[in-house]
Write a protein that binds this ligand. Structure first.
Ligand SMILES: [Fe+2]
Length: 189
């Protein structure tokens, strides 16, 4: 029986995105597709997809849809590499290929964020995503978190499917209560 591969995953996810439905319905539909992809022989992964960078976590683009409505990245996290506090402005589904990804959530005390200042964030819970685990998020109320791998753990490799071309996102300064939109290159951030 042929393995569920990248082409079918992209086709199936594109169909979900094209419905332009509620973000919660999108992640409900995509999560089992990510599960099938993680259970595949993973032959779609090429060396450039699992490239690491000693300076920061590596963000390797696997697929960007021509209409910008879908993107898939492989992120490689060496021990001690973390994102800043950020949101995505989109729904997304994360699957762990290797290692353990730690996700620390933050919540906006005042509800939906409508300005780039005066943002009050409260630290929330933590999730440890092991190999083959799947996580998801939806925007609004804003999904804000930082993710990474502590120094004490081995490297991790994770797949991230987003409901848009994830070429920018908000980075938060928790102490100052501000956020700014930053462009992120496809190969690294
Ligand atoms: Fe994130």
């Amino acid at each position: 029986m042929p393995s569920y591969g990248l082409d079918r995953f992209i086709t199936d996810c594109s169909a979900v995105a094209a419905m332009n439905g509620d973000p919660a319905d999108c992640v409900l539909a995509v999560a089992p597709l990510m599960e099938r992809l993680l259970d595949s022989d993973r032959s779609f992964l090429r060396p450039e997809h699992v490239r690491s960078d000693p300076g920061h976590y590596a963000r390797n683009a696997i697929y960007i849809s021509p209409d910008q409505h879908l993107s898939l990245f492989a992120l490689v996290w060496l021990p001690g590499q973390w994102t800043p506090v950020h949101d995505h402005g989109s729904w997304g589904v994360v699957g762990v290929l290797q290692g353990v990804l730690e996700e620390r959530s933050l919540m906006a005390i005042d509800g939906a964020i409508t300005a780039d200042h005066g943002i009050r964030l409260k630290r929330g819970g933590v999730i440890l995503l092991k190999e083959n685990s799947i996580s998801s998020f939806v925007p609004n109320p804003d999904h804000i978190h930082l993710t990474g791998v502590p120094e004490t753990r081995a490297m991790a490799v994770t797949l991230h499917l987003y409901g848009r071309n994830m070429n920018s996102f908000h980075i938060y300064d928790v102490d100052k209560g501000t956020r700014r939109l930053v462009d992120v290159p496809h190969q690294a951030t």
